[in-house]
Design a protein around this ligand. Structure first.
Ligand SMILES: [Zn+2]
Length: 332
């Protein structure tokens, strides 16, 4: 079977250094390499579609994170409690992997501005806060990328669209400082999908949207610009209706220069840490919807992968590969 495939019309950002050195862990650290390998083996991508990121600088990291926290990470002086809260074992190599994922997100954001879309086969560490890490996240790579592009005057505003099954508490916390007074969403009253709560507030320079399972980590969910608190076991059609609703509401209120799509694989019905019931096909439709909305409005979109804990790791790899296929189809 020999078939020729055109190069992708966008770049994939990847490094072997994305691997988190955390040993045997519910977070499948090898998923990044497996996604890269499958994309190449299946002919979805070719070697020239990939770009290798560099480590973010400490200066980049400090655009989001507190000097005291960065210094603890650099010097290996986290307290046992802080390390426990991160839920991954600290090492210097782990610090490098997170600095690299931040560099990957910066590169993805830059390439998205040039090409309309770019995907980092990693990142999306949306539970990292300015002064601490939690939930397998040390550094908020997406926030670092946004702040770096703002500093470089490449963008003024950004919108995060977080579809990981867990709420983007770090994202909400980091960008809450720029929020002004909250107002009710115009769409809420008209909605017929009553079991779901959708909360909204106006944003400053970064508008944050999070669709997540309400009854899941994090227990305390700091307010995003739009939070869609989904009930357990919601399926493809309801999920997609809520995503469509949230994107429409967000883009009525806010015009981002860059969209940052956090394409978590864990809303999948076979996920060990998630309680929603999306199918693999439904997750691909989710990706297509985000890309179609971004493309229709000419909003550049950078993508990161975030979580994914399917009982069979091959399913997580399939869901992440499908994100690239969806982008290929929409941006062809
Ligand atoms: Zn997650």
């Amino acid at each position: 079977m020999i078939e020729s495939f055109a190069m992708l019309p966008f770049k994939l950002i990847y490094s072997d250094g994305y691997l988190l050195p955390i040993g045997d862990h519910v977070f499948p650290a090898e998923k990044y390499r497996r996604v890269r390998d499958r994309l190449l083996a299946s002919g979805v991508a070719e070697a020239s579609d990939f770009l290798e990121p560099e480590l973010a600088s400490d200066q980049d990291i400090l655009l989001v994170h507190k000097p005291e926290y960065v210094s603890k990470l650099r010097n290996g002086t986290l307290s046992p409690r802080e390390e426990m809260e991160m839920e991954i074992p600290y090492s210097r190599d782990l610090v490098d992997a997170f600095w690299l994922s931040a560099g990957g997100s910066i590169l993805a954001a830059r390439r998205a501005m040039d090409d309309g879309v770019a995907i980092s086969l990693g990142g999306g560490f949306h539970h990292a806060f300015p002064d601490h890490g939690e939930g397998f996240c040390m550094i908020h790579d997406v926030a670092v990328a946004i702040r770096r592009l703002q500093r470089d005057d490449k963008i003024r505003t950004a919108m995060t669209v977080d579809c990981d099954v867990h709420q983007g508490n770090g994202t909400a916390s980091i960008f809450a400082g720029t929020r002004t007074a909250s107002e009710p969403l115009p769409s809420v009253a008209a909605s017929t999908l009553s079991p779901v709560r959708m909360r909204g507030a106006h944003a400053g320079d970064v508008f944050t949207i999070s669709l997540h399972q309400h009854n899941n980590y994090p227990l305390y969910k700091p307010p995003s610009s739009i939070d869609v608190d989904l009930p357990d076991e919601i399926g493809d059609d309801d999920y997609l209706a809520w995503l469509d609703n949230a994107l429409s509401s967000g883009l009525r209120q806010f015009e981002p220069d860059l969209m940052c799509y956090i394409a978590g694989a864990d809303p999948y019905r076979e996920d060990q840490l998630g309680g929603l019931a999306l199918t693999i096909e439904g997750l691909k439709r989710r990706d297509e919807l985000v890309f179609q909305v971004a493309r229709a409005r000419n909003i550049p979109v950078m993508v990161t992968y975030a979580g994914g804990y399917a009982r069979n790791v091959e399913d997580t790899v399939t869901i992440h590969c499908n994100t690239v296929i969806a982008a290929k189809e929409v941006f062809a």
